[in-house]
Design a protein around this ligand. Structure first.
Ligand code: GAR
Length: 197
């Protein structure tokens, strides 16, 4: 059974997709051990609690500096001993110590077809704003392994989504979530848990 720890910062719809997929068998042989947020107000923490999963918050604001926060975060992960760490809308850049310690064991969902609209500064709604500004007709989502760079690790799965006339960043974000993110993130976890990569 793959032990998964999910890191979140916000609404947690991708976390919900993971929990629902474990519930209905689309993800086999995996369980969510804990959910950790950097943001105490993240609704994702409520979703975890509702599912009976330990929900923890480690906020950078409660530490004297970034290094102390990074150390505490890594110590918590080491305590949980995850087989897989899933960044599901986790908007904190991981320190090198963490990407090295868990090399090949961290995956991220990004709301575009990498290498478009990714890297530093491209997160959440900003990704969709940039896609609409550029006028692309197709966008999508990517699940990839996390390395030391921002959105640079090996790609696991991608799914394309059409941009429609009249789309706003919010409308496009919702379509990309529904048609791509909530499909390929659970699928990637299922593939990893069942040695199908
Ligand atoms: C998702 O769209 C995810 O792809 C994005 O943040 C959103 C989180 O939503 N992640 C990034 O932009 C990472 N660079 P959620 O909290 O409802 O899952």
């Amino acid at each position: 059974m793959l032990k998964v720890v999910v890191l979140v910062s916000g609404g947690g719809t991708n976390l919900q997709a993971i929990l629902d997929s474990i519930g209905d068998g689309r993800i086999r042989n995996a369980r969510v051990e804990a959910v950790i947020s950097n943001n105490p107000g993240a609704y994702a923490l409520e979703r975890a609690k509702k599912a009976g999963i330990p929900a923890l918050c480690i906020s950078p604001k409660t530490f004297e500096n970034r290094e102390a926060f990074n150390r505490a975060f890594l110590a918590k992960l080491d305590e949980l001993q995850p087989d897989l760490i899933v960044l599901a809308g986790f908007l904190v850049v991981l320190p090198k110590e963490m990407t090295q310690a868990y090399s090949g064991k961290i995956i991220n969902i990004h709301p575009s077809l990498i290498p478009s609209f990714c890297g530093k500064g491209f997160y959440g709604l900003k990704v969709h704003e940039a896609a609409l500004e550029r006028g692309v007709k197709v966008t999508g989502a990517t699940v990839h392994f996390v390395d030391e760079g921002t959105d640079t690790g090996p790609i696991i799965l991608q799914k394309a989504v059409s941009v429609e006339p009249g789309d706003t960043p919010e409308i496009l974000q919702k379509r990309v979530m529904e048609q791509a993110e909530w499909v390929i993130l659970p699928k990637a976890i299922d593939m990893i848990a069942n040695n199908e990569l």
